[in-house]
Design a binder for this molecule. Structure first.
Ligand code: MN
Length: 362
């Protein structure tokens, strides 16, 4: 059998490196034909010498925005973080390659159009994010679904009070309890904006608007689907991103994995609870945006990206993040996104608006 030719864009990030781990464990099934990253040249050169790809893109990643770039790939894993992942998402969908994506921002900002582009090209977007992979694995008949239930670990500050949250720093957020992730996603998990973005992603990926959030600190149940008749399906595994990454690569087949098998008798207890919208206002903001359009999604994604960077550089406090996002959502609303260039225009306006506030000078 011919090996599956995999492109990994964002190859030095958290998703990229874990994808390459999966491929390394299955070199009989996969070969790497494309590696791309923006910065980490040292790790990239190690990856090049191990995987010997036919194509490498580093630094100026404009090439990732063109479908011709992906003709050497059967499947592309988009592990790029932030809005920078949007144009590559579109380009892969317009190319012959399959798209497996971990990039949340493409769907949050441009989801309606992305799904149109996918269906015009007869493509199924294969989700890599653990929750969406779980739902993808639970789905049978879309017409019988009542609702989706996304689980959330609750982030590193799950048990914190509002007073404690007012003074937390980005260093504390980086100690996430369960998942090993990139910096942006780590801060987004601390504010629960990560879960908020996943709500919007899920709406687009599965065409369902009724979505609940369930706090589940063990991160063993990765999400659930509730059907009309009241039955539910859940996908369970140890919290290990290599499982959803590998499934994205082998879908619809499954192969042995290097992940530790789940021992439920050893685990004993799984807990579930409601999210606290008061302590984590980002979740409420995202729920509002869930019922709005791509414009509001873009504003939320851009404002969050800027606010997270400010928080990361200790320029603002934890609650300034939802505050900035809310102000931006109030300032920019009611427009329509027709073209991908609109996203850039909105991103610039949001950036300028935040800069005009005092946040940058603290
Ligand atoms: Mn996730």
């Amino acid at each position: 059998m011919r090996k599956i030719r995999v492109g990994v864009i964002g190859s030095t990030g958290s998703i990229g490196t874990q994808t390459l781990q999966v491929i390394k464990a299955h070199e009989d099934l996969f070969e790497v034909t494309l590696l791309a990253c923006k910065r980490n040249i040292k790790l990239l050169s190690e990856q090049i010498s191990h995987f010997n790809p036919t194509q490498v893109i580093h630094g100026d990643t404009t090439m990732l925005n063109y479908s011709e770039t992906y003709t050497s790939c059967d499947i592309v894993i988009n592990g790029i973080s932030g809005l920078a992942g949007l144009l590559p998402t579109i380009a892969v969908l317009e190319s012959p390659a399959k798209l497996a994506t971990a990039n949340k921002e493409s769907l949050v900002s441009y989801g309606s159009k992305i799904m149109e582009i996918a269906s015009r090209n007869n493509k199924t977007i294969i989700p890599v994010d653990s929750e969406h992979s779980a739902i993808f694995q639970c789905l049978e008949d879309l017409s019988n679904i009542k609702k989706l239930i996304l689980t959330a670990s609750g982030g590193p500050f799950r048990g914190y009070t509002t007073e404690q949250l007012e003074i937390v720093t980005s260093n504390e957020a980086i100690k996430h309890p369960t998942w090993n992730m990139g910096l942006k996603v780590t801060i987004d998990s601390a504010t629960l904006m990560n879960k908020g973005m996943e709500l919007i992603e899920a709406k687009h990926l599965f065409g369902v608007n009724d979505i609940d959030i369930l706090i589940h600190k063990e991160s063993v149940v990765h999400s659930l689907v509730e059907f009309k008749d009241g039955s539910m399906k859940a996908m369970l595994s140890n919290p290990d991103m290599t499982i959803p990454i590998q499934y994205a690569l082998t879908f619809p087949k499954r192969v042995e994995s290097m992940a530790k098998p789940l021992d439920l008798s050893n685990l004993g207890i799984l807990t579930f609870g409601k999210p606290d919208f008061e302590r984590f206002p980002c979740l409420g903001l995202a729920l509002k945006v869930l019922n709005m359009g791509d414009l509001e999604g873009t504003v939320m994604a851009v404002a969050d990206e800027i606010a997270v960077e400010l928080f990361f550089n200790n320029k603002i406090g934890f609650y300034d993040i939802p505050d900035i996002i809310e102000k931006c959502l109030n300032e920019f609303q009611g427009g329509v996104i027709t073209d991908v260039s609109d996203i850039n225009a909105i991103a610039n306006n949001v950036k300028r608006y935040i800069e005009s506030k005092s946040y940058m000078r603290c």
